[in-house]
Design a protein around this ligand. Structure first.
Ligand code: UD1
Ligand code: CA
Length: 464
């Protein structure tokens, strides 16, 4: 049976007090709406329809950029007259049969299996609601059941509920699955005769019930899946819960987190055995840590792979961006090191404090321990790159490469003006500015010769 997914994302999100549309606010580094689209894109739906309204251009552009492959459909809701009105806008693009799954763009942690369970519960001939019991149901639509407690009769919005109904703890989460043909029919009969003057999607429940269609309720595995975000405080709370859950999954795999409350993963993190991660680290994009990797406190690592046994000392920033970054086995990086896109380090490489590496390959055993820059360079094995030395890779218009052969020793405070090649075994005297290629096994020194005047008298202050 064909499945259509409708995601409501037109609301203003007034309580966010932001110029950014609510569904674009980020959870774990990604817009809330993206989470919903991503987790339901595995459901084999025939279509995914996003209802936009407030900030529609921005929302649509962001989603088109992120989900270039997935054929998302956008339907505008102007003005926003309630959740029922929102889904009404999608009616022209929905088929006449199959199942429609309705989700909220501001409830980011819905799990694919829960969405699938809701579709299965609908089975094409029932109205399936995702419900949950809350200790404090304030603000939510209440699930009103018959006296046996089996049959769902209606959803009553908090503002329209009687005191008895407000005592009900089972609430509607905002997600439902319905037979598309029936849904279209019910939507055409909605009115806005209620406390908020809105077209409530939730009114379809009483209509289904009146038609004798069974209304069934399914529950999520975890409360966090159905928590919506209306304010910065709720967003921060959901972020922490999500991070805690991710941290626990990693610890179950054996990863040692110094403090799961001070750990942030905004993407995917794959870890080998015996990985240690100290406090306040942030992992973004796709990061892979090999066996026995140690990550010091306050590191930020994005789109990178770290080889077995490497140690990343505190305050190191590694950002592979689209090119990636790789740290070889047994390497020592930081503290205060910066690896940028295209940094490809071999095994046993040492990168020390205030060293920046960009778009450069370093052979096994190469070392740059202090205050240095390697950009657009190919560095051989066992090279020692002195403190304060830099590759001058940019001439103001173009970038050029520096090639440094195996076993080269570059002294301190050198400038290698690219394009330039240092042959294997070359030694560069400290303070040199190298503009010409240096053949293998030679010494190059390019600086003013030292002048020493013995018995030199400094000028004296004139006395009057
Ligand atoms: C809705 C439900 C309530 C449920 C709660 C769960 C209705 C009438 N009520 O209430 O039973 O307990 O969700 O969170 O459905 N939206 C639009 N267009 C609109 C209005 C809303 O796209 O005109 C979108 C919002 O962007 C949001 C979602 O629909 O993603 C829910 O809207 P919201 O106003 O938060 O609904 P609630 O009043 O919380
Ligand atoms: Ca809401």
């Amino acid at each position: 049976m064909s499945l259509s997914i409708v995601i409501m994302a037109a609301g203003k999100g007034t309580r966010m007090k932001s110029s950014r549309p609510k569904v674009l606010h980020k959870l774990a580094g990604r817009p809330m709406l993206s989470h919903v689209i991503a987790s339901t894109s595995g459901l084999q739906a025939a279509q995914q329809v996003v209802i936009t309204g407030h900030g529609a251009e921005m929302v649509e552009a962001a989603m088109k950029a992120e989900f270039a492959q997935a054929p998302l459909q956008f339907v505008r809701q102007e003005p926003q007259l309630g959740t029922g009105h929102a889904v009404q806008q999608a009616v022209p693009v929905l088929p006449d049969d199959g199942i429609t799954l309705i989700l909220n763009g501001d409830t980011p942690l819905i799990h694919a299996s829960t969405a699938q369970a809701l579709v299965d519960a609908c089975a094409g001939d029932k109205l399936a609601l995702l419900t949950i019991r809350l200790d404090d149901p304030t603000g939510y639509g209440r699930i009103v059941r018959d006296e046996t407690g089996v049959k769902v009769l209606a959803i009553v919005e908090h503002k329209d509920a009687t005191p008895e109904q407000r005592a009900i703890c089972e609430v509607y989460t905002g997600m439902m699955a319905a037979p598309t043909a029936r849904l279209k029919h019910w939507l055409s009969q909605l009115n806005n005769d209620n406390a908020q003057g809105e077209y409530y999607l939730t009114d379809v429940v009483a209509m289904a019930q009146a038609e004798g269609l069974s209304v069934v309720a399914a529950q999520p595995r975890d409360e966090v899946e159905v928590l919506g975000v209306n304010s910065p405080a709720q967003l921060a709370d959901l972020e922490r819960r999500h991070q805690r859950a991710q941290a626990e999954r990693l610890m179950e795999q054996g990863v040692r987190l110094a403090d799961p409350a001070r750990f942030d993963l905004r993407g995917t993190l794959q870890c080998g055995q015996d990985v240690d991660i100290d406090v306040n680290c942030i992992f973004e994009g796709n990061v892979v840590l090999g066996d026995e990797v140690q990550i010091g406190a306050n590191c930020v690592i994005r789109n990178a792979t770290i080889g077995r046994g490497a140690v990343i000392h505190p305050f190191t920033h590694i950002d592979g961006d689209t090119l990636g970054a790789h740290v070889g086995e047994g390497s020592l990086i930081g503290p205060f090191a910066r690896l940028r896109p295209g940094a490809q380090l071999g095994n046993e490489v040492h990168i020390g404090n205030f060293v920046e590496v960009k778009n450069s390959t370093l052979g096994n055993g190469a070392k740059a321990n202090h205050l240095a820059y390697l950009g657009d360079a190919t560095v051989g094995e066992r090279v020692n790159y002195g403190a304060g030395s830099i590759t001058a890779n940019y001439d103001g218009a173009n970038k050029h490469r520096t090639v440094i052969g195996d076993d080269v020793h570059v002294g301190s405070n050198c400038v290698l003006v690219a394009p330039v090649t240092l042959g294997a075994g070359v030694t560069i005297g400290g303070g040199s500015t190298i503009t010409k290629d240096v053949p293998a096994e030679s010494l190059a020194v390019a600086r003013g010769k030292q002048v020493t005047l013995s018995g030199w008298q400094r000028p004296q202050k004139i006395k009057r």
